[in-house]
Structures are given as C-alpha cells and as structure tokens.
Design a protein around this ligand. Structure first.
Ligand code: NAP
Length: 302
C-alpha cells in the first residue's frame, strides 16, 4: 500500500482523540479534524476543521482527498460508524481505523455488555465486508485493554483514590490485566498508519503493561513517597451490585461491571502477552508499574 499522509480524525477533542490527534501531528501526518455541526468541542489551533452533517453524502465530500480516517468517537456516537465507513469507502479512503479502543472483537464480556458489543461489531463487520469487495479499502481496529493511566485517575472505583492517597484492593489484588497508557494509545494509531500493510484488515493489540492492583499500589506508594490507606473490597460485591443496577435500570452498573471484569477471578482482561501483542510493530514502549504511577501522580499535580 502507498504511504499514508493525509489523515482525518473523528472525535479529535475526546479523551483519546486529543492525544491521538497530537501524536499524529507530531509524527508528521497532515491531519484534518471532522466534527458534527452541533458539536461544541474545541480543537488545537493550526489543524483544519471540517464541520459537517453526518450523512453519507456529506461525509463522503468531507473525506475526499484523505488517505486514512480514524474513528475515535465516544460511546454515544458509535451508531454513526456504519455511515462513516460507507463514506470512507466512497471517498477512496485507503485505511479506516474503526472505533474499538477496548477489549477487541473476541472478548468474553459479561452478558450485560452484549448490546454495546453488538453495535461495535456491526461496524467491524461492515468494514470487513467492504474490504472484501473493494481491495483498495482496508480497516484496522485497535484493542487497548484498560486505558490505564487515564482510567486510574478518572475512576476511583478502579481502586485508587489518587488525591486522597487511599486504595481499595479487591480480593487478593493479584489478578493481572493488560493496560495501555494514553501515550501508548496515541502511538498505536501512529504505528498502524506507518505500517499499513502489516496492520490491514485486522484488529491489532496494543499494550504498555500487564499488571495487578498490588503491583500498582506498591508503585503508587513508592512514587508518592507515602504509605496509602488500604481497604479491602470483594469483586463479588461489584458483580452483585452492578447486576442489580442493570436489572433495575439504575446508572452506575457499567463501571461496577467493568471493574469486576478487570479484577474478577480468571484474569479475563489479559488481552495479549508482550509476545502476542503488536506493541513492537507499532513501536509502543513497555511501561513499568513505576512509569504508570509517575504518569498518574504527575497528571494529578498538573
Ligand atoms: N477500554 C476502555 O476502558 C475505554 C475507556 C474509555 C473509552 N473507550 C472507548 O474509546 C472510544 C473513544 O472514547 P472517548 O472517551 O475518547 O470519547 P469521548 O471523549 O466521550 O467523545 C469523543 C468525541 O466523540 C464525538 N461524539 C460524541 N457523541 C457523538 C455522537 N452522538 N455522534 C458522533 N460523534 C459523537 C465528539 O466529537 P465532536 O464533538 O468533534 O463531534 C466527542 O468529542 C470509544 O469507543 C470508547 O468506548 C474505551
């Protein structure tokens, strides 16, 4: 495949879109941001922005002339992906990065997440179908596991209240999971677009680390130079509470069940060993628990 230079980003001001857009610019890609007419997102100066209705016709016009498109729209916008993919193919885009940034197409999720999974799969399947009928159109999904530095800071239910220097360790704290930092997520997109042949028509596996809560707690205590207050929690309580909330339509179930999946028995959130992952190909550096702790504490200080 010819070299990818021009890249359109959907969701460029989001949690992951912000670092991805910055990394693409730094890596030398010519970036264009595409955003909704009604969006109140703000974008960095110096990057062209196309504001458009998200119809296939209007999106095709917006995407014409681009080599690749990255879909990093938030969970509430996943239903628009099929239109984005149709427009990308019609516009002659060579690579469409579908919105995964999670656990990949074959993840053994709890049944409560199946509806969300179906929406994502509709986009993967659609991109795959178009890639089979049009060899000039290709797609990639990027599986990241847990967005570790961002998630620790954002969700104290993950066990670490970084401001209060306190932790809840679930069960025995030894269950491991795969994490990718914001830096690693952004580098994954750069890596896919720098290696289009090796990453065509599949989900790649990013990863920065495989780690447990106990190892993270040790590193956070070392990095902060303080002993943290530690309480114990049970993943079975998260499962019970999350399921009750889901059944009665009360919010909060998503996070409780996600944290259950992360730390619950069986280690289902190990997405890839270092060898099985695409981290080397994508040039994502392996990070230690101390690296993660420094990133988390540094972002709180800012
Ligand atoms: N693995 C994990 O634990 C994890 C955690 C967080 C997120 N994720 C996944 O990562 C992806 C990106 O999430 P994020 O948190 O970065 O997203 P986000 O910050 O919530 O949203 C990103 C952008 O999506 C666009 N958007 C929002 N609603 C939309 C709609 N209805 N239609 C079209 N576009 C819409 C907006 O862009 P404009 O305003 O410019 O249009 C918004 O700035 C999602 O697939 C999400 O599920 C995974």
């Amino acid at each position: 495949m010819s070299v990818i230079k021009k890249v359109a980003v959907f969701g460029a001001a989001g949690n992951f879109g912000t670092p991805i857009t910055a990394a693409l610019v730094t890596a030398g890609f010519q970036v264009t941001i595409i955003t909704r007419i009604e969006s109140d997102s703000t974008f960095p100066d110096g990057i062209p922005v196309i504001r458009t209705e998200y119809t296939v016709e209007k999106l095709t016009t917006a995407l014409t002339g681009q080599d690749a498109a990255v879909s990093v729209i938030g969970p509430g916008g996943l239903h628009v992906q099929v239109a984005l993919i149709d427009a990308a193919e019609a516009a002659g885009i060579k690579r469409f990065i579908v919105d995964d940034f999670g656990w990949g197409p074959n993840f053994n999720s709890l049944p409560e997440f199946r509806e969300i999974g179906t929406q994502r799969r509709a986009a993967y399947d659609h991109a795959k179908k178009l890639s089979q009928t049009n060899p000039n159109f290709t797609y990639t999904g990027v599986t990241i596991g847990n967005p570790i530095d961002w998630a620790i800071k954002r969700f104290p239910l993950m066990g670490f209240d970084v401001k209060q220097r306190s932790a809840v360790i679930y069960d025995d704290g030894t269950v491991e999971f795969t994490g990718t930092t914001l830096e690693g997520i952004a580098q994954a997109i750069v890596g896919v677009l720098k290696h289009p042949d090796e990453t065509a028509n599949r989900h790649v596996k990013a990863r920065s680390i495989q780690v447990s809560q106990n190892k993270l707690l040790d590193a956070l205590q070392r990095a902060s130079g303080q002993s943290w207050e530690v309480k114990r929690g049970a993943t079975s309580d998260l499962l019970e509470s999350g399921r009750e909330k889901h059944q009665s339509g009360v919010s909060g179930w998503v996070l409780e069940l996600l944290v259950y999946q992360l730390f619950g028995p069986g280690g289902r959130c190990i997405v890839a060993s270092k060898e099985d992952s695409d981290a080397d190909l994508l040039e994502i550096k392996e990070e230690s628990p101390d690296d993660i702790a420094r990133k988390v504490l540094g972002s709180i200080a800012n």
